[in-house]
Each structure stands twice: as C-alpha cells, then as structure tokens.
Write a protein that binds this ligand. Structure first.
Ligand code: PLP
Length: 422
C-alpha cells in the first residue's frame, strides 16, 4: 500500500474520486440506525461485514418460494433449490477463477475449511517428523487444526517469523523449507494487523520444496478479486459472512488432484455412491466432502453477495478502502500516546492500535457509547500479540461503505474517551 494519499486521489473529509461510498451505503439497511443515541459508525468489518438488501431479499425469496432439499427430490421445488444451490457454486468458481466448479466445496466457513484439510489430508498424508509451517500472525483457525493433526501424526507445527512491522520474513521461510515440510499455511491478509502476505511468492517457494500451500483468504476476499490459478495455491478458503453474505457458510477451493486423493472428511448422506455392509463407496467431487443437508439458503445468499460485489466498481472500492486506511493511519500518527500495531508496507482494511495506559476493552466500551463499533482483544491471534507483548489491540476495520466521516467520528470519539479516562 502506498503511504501517499495523493496516489489515491483522496480529498480527505469528502470522497475518493471515482467511488461513491455514500451511494453504496444506501444498499445496507443496517448502517442507517442510531446506537446509544448516535448514528452508527460500523468499523468491525474484519469480524463480519454487513449485508446489502439484495442478499437479505435473495434469502427471504428462497424460503418463500423455492425451499426444498437439494439433489434428491423429484419435484419442482427441489429442482429450483438444486439449481440455485449449484448455480451459487458456479458463481463462486467464477469469482475465484477456479478451473472447475467441482473444486468448490461448501463448508461452514473458513475454520471448517481448514479443519477439513487438516483432518482429511493431514490424517492420510502426514508422517512422524513431517513439518507444517504457519506464519506467526495467523488466526487461531489457521494454527489449531494443524496442531491437532500434527499431535495425532507425530508432525510439528512451526511459526514463520514476522518482524516488528508485521511483515512476514520470507528469507526465514526460505531457510525453514526442506523436504520434511509438507504444508505451508498462511493468511492472505492478517486479521489482527492488516498485513497482505505475498502468497503467490510463498506458493512458488513452498512448491519448489515439495510442500502444499493453504491460503486462508478470510480477510482478503472482500477487498480485491482473487484468482486462485494466478496464486497457484493448493487450497484457498473464505467465509461468506466476511463477503457481505450470510453466516454459517463458506468455501474451500482445492486443486483437483489433491482433493481427489483426499479421503472424505465426514460420513453421511450425499457423500456416498453406494452403501452396503460389505463396503461403501464414495461420491465424486465435490459431494464426497459434503455429508448431510447443506446450508442451501446460505449458498443462495453467498451467490447474491457475489452478484452484488461484481456489480460494484471493485477497483474504485479497493482504492477507496486504501484511502480510508491511509487517512486513518495519518490521523493516528498525530494522536499522542497512540501506537499503531501492524505497520507493514502492504496492508489493507485494518488499523490496530493501543492508547498508552488504556486497556483496549475499556476503550472499546467508550467508543461503543458514542456509536462507534470496533473490535478489541487479541483478535484470535494470540501468538502475534504475545510477540508484541500486548494483551490485545483496538481494531478499526474498513469496508467500501465506510466514509471519511466515519474515520473522523472514530478519532473524535477517541479524544472524548481519552478525556473521560484522564
Ligand atoms: N482466518 C482469518 C484470517 C479470520 O480473520 C477469521 C475470522 O475472523 C477466520 C480465519 C475464521 O473465520 P470463521 O470464523 O468465519 O470460520
């Protein structure tokens, strides 16, 4: 990210040239409310994004008109539900530029996608002494599932170092790679720091050493177009709720040959070809990994969210988000006693910080009283907080529907909170 707002043609306090955030905000009904007597300023987008009217309506319409179970029924409603469900899968495949919709598996979210690969690939492939590398700034979801399978298989999970700015040390990664490394699992964007990791380069390095690459895309997917073929990763995951879609559904993309070699993750209906007590055979991709009735309305909602995002000027939206971050970080530098946590050159969406002598949780409460919603705590990234020797941060996270006025309101509320605490 450039440090220079001029690059993004920002006129602070008004708008980013070429992107109309005020117009886009009108699509999100939840943003237009008072909280604790103040107009809501929603800056917790890294935790979950808000939903446009079109997503809410698509899910309501599905339940009002089309609801039925998928793949099994010989009736019109089931045909419609199946069409909508599989149509959503194709939308995801196009959105990620996946070669084939059969490489898109539905999960409950990013966490389940990582657990699926750790359990299925990990249990069937890992040998004692094998190594899994994750970055030191990972979300717990991209650490713990690997630790669980590593403990079971006698493998190890090791952290790729991160420097004081929150930048991954690629030289250290190069030094760690050897033939025992079987998986390199990294976040595309850190939810705690906002760092953008160079995942295409990491994939090149890991593949040269014979390892697979899992990219946790939870924090990247809302910010710019992702192309899994260009990244050349083996797995990519995201959660619909961080892409303006519903909670309870997410996606695992996998390289076809790798997915085909993996055993099922869970057993049940849909994932089988035939069942008998003499032996059961499994279904093809993607159904092999989708036991039980799926979240059909969730898939419909995610499909609508993708349609919505595709209808936007994505380049303009990304420029606007970057401009907001640059503007906010500039303002932060002028606040005495404020320390930014995570100052990597390549960042998106997240400004984490602490105020001297103030616990993040207290600050969060005082901001909420002024209608400003932020996240406080360790952001499910305890190892990187431990590295910085802090219990947590206050995190303001931005989306394209945020405005410069939102940033101004955040800093005005911070000033008031500070006066209250002194
Ligand atoms: N990975 C990252 C980087 C995240 O930010 C999150 C959620 O905050 C997750 C994984 C887990 O996502 P979910 O809770 O939707 O499974």
């Amino acid at each position: 990210m450039s440090e220079d707002p001029a690059v993004y043609q920002v006129i602070p306090g008004t708008a980013t040239v070429g992107f109309d955030a005020e117009r886009v905000r009108r699509d999100f009904p939840i943003l237009h409310q008072q909280v604790n007597g103040h107009p809501l300023v929603y800056l917790d987008n890294a935790a979950t994004t808000q939903k446009p009217e079109s997503v809410i309506q698509a899910m309501v319409d599905y339940y009002r008109r089309d609801n039925a179970n998928v793949h099994r029924g010989a009736h019109a409603l089931s045909d419609r539900a199946t069409g909508a469900f599989e149509g959503a899968r194709r939308k995801v495949a196009n959105f990620l530029n996946a070669p084939d919709a059969r490489q898109i598996l539905w999960t409950r979210g990013t966490s389940e996608a990582i657990n699926l690969v750790a359990a299925s690939w990990g249990r069937s492939q890992l040998q004692p002494g094998d190594r899994i590398l994750v970055s030191a700034m990972e979300h717990h979801s991209n650490i713990v599932p690997w630790q669980m399978v590593a403990a079971e298989r006698g493998a190890t999970v090791e952290a790729i170092p991160v420097d004081t700015t929150g930048t991954l040390d690629l030289q250290a990664l190069q030094g760690m790679l050897d033939a025992r490394v079987r998986m390199v699992a990294v976040g595309h964007v850190s939810n705690a720091l906002g760092t953008i990791n160079p995942v295409a380069e990491i994939a090149r390095m890991a593949h040269a050493a014979g390892a697979l690459v899992f990219v946790d895309g939870a924090q990247a997917i809302a910010h710019w177009p992702v192309d899994v073929q260009a990244l050349d990763c083996d797995f990519y995951s995201f959660s619909a709720h961080k892409l303006f879609g519903p909670t309870g559904i997410g996606v695992l993309y996998g390289r076809r040959t790798v997915l085909e070699a993996m055993p099922p993750y869970q057993g049940g209906g849909e994932m089988i070809e035939s069942v008998s007590f003499a032996g059961t055979t499994y279904n093809q991709l993607p159904y092999k990994f989708e036991a039980g009735t799926p979240d059909i309305a969730g898939a419909v909602g995610l499909g609508a969210a993708i349609d919505y995002v595709n209808s936007l000027d994505r380049e303009g939206a990304a420029r606007h988000e970057e401009a907001l971050l640059v503007y906010a970080q500039k303002k932060a530098q002028a606040v005495s006693g404020l320390t930014l946590v995570g100052t990597a050159h390549h960042k998106t969406g997240v400004m984490s910080f602490n105020l001297d002598g103030v616990h993040p949780a207290d600050l969060g409460t005082l901001l909420d009283q002024q209608g400003v919603a932020v996240r406080t705590g360790n952001h499910c990234a305890q190892p990187i907080m431990d590295q910085y020797r802090i219990p947590g941060t206050v995190r303001a996270s931005f989306s394209f529907y945020n405005t410069f006025d939102d940033v101004d309101r955040l800093f005005a509320a911070l000033e008031k909170a500070r006066q209250f605490l002194q």
